[in-house]
Ligand binder design. Structure first.
Ligand code: ZN
Length: 392
């Protein structure tokens, strides 16, 4: 049992100063003052005075196995390590495969997610990769979502990109139908995570599916929506008609200079100013994905690796540089993804929720303490846990 005393709670809605009691991996009680005997066996007390408590962050799109390789085998990006998630305040991570659905297998993805769970965070997966037909673990999207506990959807399926499998609208509709049905049968989201590239087709195939009026927009999460000004503009229109948008927080200056990428913090501020409902917006880091830059003739000119720590860095940027209220900025990495991913015990600080808590310092919004399932993984900036093979 852990009692956090006198902490300013953003659930992410501001709740004022509270005591938070964590027990059995859940939030057991939350009230302005909890009277517990200080000598209660097994009770640890953490003084939260002057700190902000927020829900553990949800990163809905991370290449936990590594990804990429657009510049040959030596450019395959490395695996994610636990300490990176902890430093980023991420207590729930959704692992996926991307461009390389061939050298990175579904068994490896699932095993990596299970390893991260054993190491202390909530790790989930998406089945498939860029390619359609979707290559699954058990033979079908339906069976993967139904029978693999960690599997909550499909992705990232690439569309409107030179690296995609050039799927037709009908191919994408079938993927979504499978995910939706399996999601309903298993009580999961059955979400389809769509990678948007820079082709002029942009969201057209997705719009064609939604125009049929059968599959709702909440089944899809198109990501990389700040990739260029045209796609961002198309995203604004899409969101106003009910669509959801995910902005990638990993970026490099080259993307901003060369493609006019709109960074996630700016994208959030702009969306809110243009009347996009907050609940339609999420951030994800694309951590450990490759960040390739191509020249006009499609030749690779640069390649870097995405970082999960960018997730909260962009939220902080939105608050500090763009004046987005903290509770709104937090929603895009807590309550919004929790709703979309159908994770009712995640993304909120309330009684009965999972005891995933991040403590921030108010002025700098630095991540100070990270608690996952009631266990303190980092305290006052000092890591208590690392991945199994990470150097201490
Ligand atoms: Zn992608």
């Amino acid at each position: 049992m852990l009692l956090i005393r006198h902490v300013s709670v953003f659930s992410p809605t501001p709740c004022g100063e509270m005591d938070l009691l964590l027990a059995g991996g859940r939030i057991e009680a939350m009230a302005p003052r909890l009277d517990l005997p200080a000598n209660l066996p097994g009770l640890e007390i953490l003084d939260g005075t002057g700190k902000i408590a927020v829900p553990g962050f949800i990163d809905n799109h991370v290449h936990i196995l590594g990804a990429g390789g657009e510049g040959g085998f030596r450019t395959r990006t490395p695996e994610l390590q636990l300490s990176e998630l902890i430093k980023g305040g991420i207590t729930t991570v959704v692992g996926c495969r991307g461009t390389d659905g061939f050298c990175r297998g579904m068994p490896d993805l699932l095993a990596k997610a299970k390893a991260l769970r054993e190491e202390g965070v909530t790790a989930l997966i998406l089945t498939g990769s860029y390619q359609v037909p979707v290559r699954t673990l058990t033979g079908s999207i339906e069976q993967d979502i139904l029978w693999i506990q960690e599997c909550i959807g499909v992705g990232e399926v690439a569309m409107s990109d030179h690296r995609s499998s050039q799927p037709e609208t009908q191919d994408l509709a079938r993927v979504a139908a499978s995910a939706r049905l399996a999601g309903m049968l298993s009580g999961k989201a059955g979400l389809v995570n769509l990678h948007l590239g820079d082709s002029p087709a942009m969201l057209r195939p997705l719009r064609e599916i939604l125009d049929r009026g059968e599959i709702p927009p909440s089944q899809f999460l198109p990501t990389h929506m700040g990739r260029n000004p045209e796609l961002f503009q198309a995203g604004l229109e899409y969101a106003k008609t009910g669509g959801f948008l995910d902005f990638t927080t990993s970026s490099v200056p080259l993307f901003v200079e060369k493609y006019g990428e709109i960074q996630a913090a700016d994208a959030l501020a702009e969306c809110l100013a243009r009347g996009v409902p907050l609940e339609r917006i999420t951030f994800s880091s694309d951590g450990h994905g490759s960040l390739p830059a191509f020249d006009g003739s499609g030749r690779l000119v640069a390649l870097q690796v995405g970082r999960v720590t960018s997730l909260f860095a962009e939220v902080r940027q939105a608050v500090r540089q763009r004046g987005v209220p903290l509770e709104h900025a937090l929603a895009v990495i807590t309550s919004n993804p929790a709703r979309l991913l159908a994770l009712p015990r995640k993304g909120q600080l309330q009684v009965g929720a999972d005891a995933d808590v991040v403590l921030l310092t108010p002025e700098s919004l630095a991540i100070e303490t990270v608690i996952s399932a009631g266990k303190v993984l980092m305290q006052e900036g000092i890591l208590h846990n690392r991945g199994t093979f990470e150097e201490g």
